[in-house]
Design a protein around this ligand. Sequence first.
Ligand code: GLN
Length: 616
Amino acid sequence: MKSFPEEAFSTGHSVLNTYLDALVSELAGLETGEIATYIPQLGLADPKDFGIAIATADGRFCKAGNWDRMVTIQSVSKPFMYGEALRRFGRDTVLTKVGVEPTGERFNSIVLDEANNRAFNPMVNSGAIVTASLLAQDTAARNETSMVDLFSRLAGRRLSIDEDVFASEHETGHRNRAIAWLMLNSGMIEPDPDLVLDLYFKQCSVLVNCADLAAMACTLGTFGRQPVTGEQVFAPEVTRDVLSVMTTCGMYDYAGQWLYDVGLPAKSGVSGMIMAVIPGHMGIAVYSPKLDTVGNSVRGIEVCRRFARDFGLHACTNAVDPGGAIRRVYSAREVRSLRQRTAPERRALEASGESFAAVELTGPLHFATAERVANEAAVAAQLARTVVLDLRRVESMDAAALDILSRIPGTVGDDTTRVYLAETPERLLPALTDALAAQDAADALTYATTEAALEAFEDAVLETAGILGTGDAMRLSEAEIFKGLSPDEIAVLEGAASSFSYDPGATIVTRGDAALAFYVVARGVVSITIPVGETTRRISAVGPGQAFGELAMLDGGARSANAVASGPVLCHAFSIEQIKEIFEARPNIHSVILANLVRSLSDRLRAANEQIGTFE
Ligand code: GLN
């Protein structure tokens, strides 16, 4: 078995370590309570001992005081045995033997749920003995081996039994014996009670320190996955049931007050150990042997009470604000696609920008956050016909979030509304694809990126407005950069142009190459890209009537970006050398082209400034 990494036991600095150290010094003054002596060996504990450990879901440990004292686990063993019974026999079978109702009585009371002929709950002795009877199906030695093995896997390292404590309880545990024989009498357990009690006394005698117990608690809190070894010890359904019973019954006849004050699933034992679980995040274990009248560690209770209060962990108050899932919402008026558009195109887009809305999501999505997202999509759909949910910053989606998200495309807005989910992180895509397919909404994934959805929206607007090209090659007189030239001047340029066709994906211009020509797109779309790390990023795109590589006319330097054909492309190319000759012979061509170039650059700069303003 993989054991704790070395560093897990070293006292590394952290905010929590400092907090726990301070708590230990402060609460060391709390000296009320009595050490349990009814099991004689427990009476040998040192009343000054006081330790705390926390184990986190990502396998780190924070520790303070005598966290490394090895102590018998006692009743804190009960939830783990209950989990194992649920794992082996299923909740229905287990429920026929032991219920889930708090008793309001002492841990070792002899009351039984006679109406149902079962023990009240698995956290008190009677219920724990019934649980042990379910698990004591083999020889004493083999029962012991599989119990110690289970506890070791939960702790993440090899554990063992304190034979002296076991012998001490075995000798004096008459009350537990009475409970077992009484239950045998009413058929709640099967023979042999001695074999059952042997396992029960042994499970109480397993030695743990606070770090072991914190790791065991954390395993319950993180859906059964051991935080250090990564082993899935219990299924999530099992840990949910165990934590539920710990919440209502874990602190014996103090359970109601505990839930009221602390509000965390927990379990205590007569040796002075207490473990509490912060579901999804961590397990905490406290050791201090002096007990209150109920049988709970006095300092242990106080540590948990402080911890829950100081960090707002009570189960009824620690809800996360679901509004945080919406990062920003913008329309196509505020953000344009990377496609450069001509002036009439820009005007048409301006008028219909509100018909497109993008909602950027962030963080983990679960029921509450996904429900907010559904509402945000509905609000956006009041104005917009196309709504894109941008999932790029979404960390996770649980089953509820997947369900809600997959229902948004089919239910939000009216027949003319289209909802797309874009930028889905790779690891979330398979589950989202399945969820959408189940809602008959697979086409919500049409666009991989928000940019692609935005560009398609703009194209659709321009097409409806009759502005987008007919598919015929654009004539040079229509090019933005040649606007204002006379037919005669255009003819001169036509004489200097050569036409080139490119297949989709072909590189037209390579970054770093000498700039010997500039281009005007006659048909198709050309993407302008730059390398970013290992990949390339599209920073702009030009369509019919627009130029690229034209800066070469100004500085004649090397290419600053790549130009790649997005689909089939037809371009008119002009050699810089030849253009310069034309400029000399026809100064008016020079000044008109320069003026057009300056206008297009200033337009682009203005648009860029506006977009920067929308990224708060
Ligand atoms: N072994 C102890 C007993 O049965 C366990 C009780 C406890 O920790 N509350 O008495």
